[in-house]
Design a protein around this ligand. Sequence first.
Ligand code: NAP
Length: 285
Amino acid sequence: MNQGKINSYTTMYGVFGDPIRHSKSPIMLNRAFEAAGLNAAYAAFHILPGTLKDAVAGIRALQFRGVNVTIPHKVEVMSYLDEIDEGARIIGAVNTIVNEGGKLIGYNTDGIGYVRSLKEETGIDLQGRTVLMLGAGGAARGVGYALAKEGVSKLYIANRTKEKAVELAASMSSFCQTIGLGLNEVAGAAGEAALIVNNTSLGMHPNVDEVPMDTSLISSGTVVSDLVYNPLTTRFLREAERQGATIHSGLGMFIYQGAYAFEYWTGQPAPIAAMREVVVQSFTD
Ligand code: NAP
């Protein structure tokens, strides 16, 4: 591993979150630096509430080249940066910081990472299609914006707390037709959608038996996608596959959000295969 090669020239990177010890970003990004032959190292930092501003000042002081930001800091971090990319500003969250000679620039690679993986793994053409998104939290904002940028014409957003779905739908109505629903009102939308995406945390380890909707409503030929990647194949995806759907797991999104961050930081193409291999391997360790 490249940690063995850390020396006085090593460029430093990290991820800020709370909790953070479960994060697979360090193994993925260190493998990426190693495969690209870069003298760089990436560590996980447990940033407690109230300390984020100091942590961001530390990026400048210690001259880290880049940092990923995860739950619960993606929104607050925006107040401490020098510049926010347009996509991240519209989404309202930053997951990647690039340090350009002391100027900190915030990006959001979650949504573009999601769409890149979805298109590569399923071949779906999103132009003019109808999509049903389940969930209206932080991830849904990035995914919804990226889907709208791909030319989706109609976006149903269904959420347990319906007001949040209606609010997110309203905030995205300038990009495409959007409709907010309750999570129990998806029957019509499920039949109409070419793509159904689980943006909720339902089904995530250890609650692996939860599903975000009644899967008997899914028609064959639909693409069904889950942001959850632990487990790699959720119960929702297994049931959707039995209904004849094409399924897409959240692992690809995780890999590609990291790949875009790597590319912003280094200017080099990310070694995707090596990154995927080390993360998949970590699930069996
Ligand atoms: P978040 O902002 O906390 O939003 C959570 C969403 O899940 C909300 O829509 C919430 O509905 C819904 N939800 C939670 N518990 C529920 C329950 N018991 N019943 C119904 N709905 C429930 O979280 P997030 O950042 O958007 O993340 C959502 C999921 O995406 C997580 O599983 C996360 O791991 C995953 N994710 C994956 C990647 C990747 O790279 N693959 C990247 C980002 C996120 P309410 O509004 O009603 O609470």
